[in-house]
Design a protein. Structure first.
Length: 271
């Protein structure tokens, strides 16, 4: 029996003869069920009409995204280190070409995911490379397809390799996580942010929302806490959830200024 995949968010569900009656991820107000109704596909049907494209972002960092775009349309980031390769966030399509390319690059030592919208088919990637998946325990209820390779972590930080630290920021989801790569950008630091810190259309700005598709904000206090949590962590660049969404200079300063402006707008009365 095949696994079933939600065509709106890309989340995978366990093997079954029929797809689920609903997708809890999409029924939550941070996502949405299309007006046309819930749709489903399988890995074979997805691979028949899609392929994964690759792009080198900087030394040691590759983007993987599916074309044509599928579901939410996020990218996965493959981070190469002397201690093994890390997959940051995940995409639903895991095809033979992707498997072969990653094996050529040395496989995967671990997978880490920012939040439940990007759990996708992480189980299949982890099974192929026999590696753990690091998820924050605060989001455990959103795992639709249990797997023995999932490793829940708790607290505010976790080092997954030298110079690589998961930071819990919360906000969009209670366990919302970013990955700080101290050696990135020629050792000036890189933040892999998913959409916990969302790189905006204007690359001089980032933003923070409870629900992106439904345009629901976070509170001023939450945004302030996120900005304060990031202050001790230096980073020059930010790589966000989607292709071409990245900040290439002054990333830490942009986060602090964007958070201050966000809070200012929430607390002001607009004309």
């Amino acid at each position: 029996m095949p696994i079933h995949i939600c065509t709106t968010c890309g989340t995978s569900f366990p093997d079954a003869s029929e797809p689920p009656t609903s997708c809890p991820i999409c029924e939550d107000e941070r996502q949405f069920v299309p007006r046309s109704g819930q749709g489903w596909t399988t890995p074979l049907r997805l691979a028949a009409g899609h392929a994964n494209a690759w792009r080198k972002l900087e030394d040691g960092l590759f983007e993987i995204h599916t074309a044509p775009s599928f579901a939410i349309g996020q990218r996965a980031l493959l981070l190469r280190t002397a201690h093994g390769n890390i997959l940051w966030d995940c995409i639903t399509l895991f095809d033979e070409a992707t498997d072969a390319l990653i094996r050529t690059l040395g496989g995967l030592a671990a997978i880490a995911i920012s939040h439940p919208h990007y759990y996708s088919c992480m189980q299949d990637w982890a099974r192929a490379f026999d590696c753990p998946i690091h998820l924050h325990k605060a989001d455990a209820q959103w795992l639709m397809r249990p797997d023995s390779r999932v490793r829940y972590w708790e607290g505010e930080t976790m080092a997954i390799a030298p110079q690589l630290t998961l930071l819990r920021l919360g906000g969009h989801f209670p366990g919302g996580t970013v990955l700080h790569w101290a050696d990135g950008a020629q050792r000036r630091g890189v933040l892999l942010s998913g959409d916990i810190v969302q790189v905006a259309a204007d690359a001089r700005r980032v933003s923070f929302l409870w629900s992106y598709p439904n345009m629901m904000p976070l509170s001023a206090a939450t945004v302030g806490r996120i900005a304060d949590t990031l202050k001790p962590w230096p980073f020059e660049r930010i790589y966000g959830a989607f292709p071409a969404r990245q900040v290439m200079a002054d990333g830490a300063g942009i986060v602090q200024r964007s958070a201050a402006r966000y809070i200012e707008l929430l607390q002001a009365e607009q004309p």
